[in-house]
Design a protein around this ligand. Sequence first.
Ligand code: ADP
Length: 290
Amino acid sequence: MAKHSKNAHESLWSTPAPEVLRATDTTRIDDIDYSLTPGFEGKKVDGQALLAERGAVLSALQEKLYANGRTGDLRSILLVLQGMDTAGKGGMVRHVIGMVDPQGVDLASFGVPTKQEREHHYLWRIRKELPRGGRIGVFDRSHYEDVLVVAVHDLVPRQVWEARFDEINAFEKELTDEGTHIVKVALFVSPEEQRRRLQERLDRPDKHWKYNPGDVTERGFLPQYRTAYQRVVDRTNTDYAPWHVIQADRKWYSRLAVTELLIDALQKLELDWPKADFDVEHEKKRLAES
Ligand code: ADP
């Protein structure tokens, strides 16, 4: 495995991930070149080695966030993971979030709404899963399903989901004002890579559990999903909760990229270790005498 200097991430990233992946007014989902690894100059072996190194940085920052949370700091991070089946959301949780202490993670997955959830406003189930102070919250799918799958399959009238964009922006503004730093990520794989991943799920008995016949049905809706994602990016790419559009054909790249986004978000909090609320010298003396 390649060995890197302390600042390898600076030399291997020609443009930092948060900058190069951040969606802009000119982002076009239809123009994504899946073969690229934007901003990253290294190869797979470099990316994998760097992921381990940066994982240690992420973990140290997360411990600081957690420590502050334990002493009353209400700030948190919320990673919103969106992407179609096989885009690698599960792997992101396992391999990126898996690098930090699970005590400090609030993880939630959102599938087809249950009967009880359907009786409430679509943000009801989301609000229940928001991260506590000092935690990294991870949403594996999110409130965005209510403007994605819902629009693609006409689950509610257009005027209903159209109104949700403003509502989502207001909701995310409220969360931001309360101290939640939102990191929104949309993962995209090429149709060919998606086919390969689904094929693998069919070919390997240890992956059958991941296969859902509905995934092949959804493949037929790829163009509609791209349109729906474009709308999401166009309508909800705010300054306080911007989107990051990530090429996910190469898992090592998408995982490294999300690691960098989380490190960046945590660094922006400028965390310090919480001050002791007891007299340290006095306690040292007491311990020595005990
Ligand atoms: P996964 O396939 O990601 O492992 P699940 O099978 O539990 O997870 O559920 C995911 C499915 O739930 C996806 O097809 C997704 O589009 C659907 N889903 C999520 N939220 C909603 C929603 N608000 N309305 C309708 N379908 C939804």
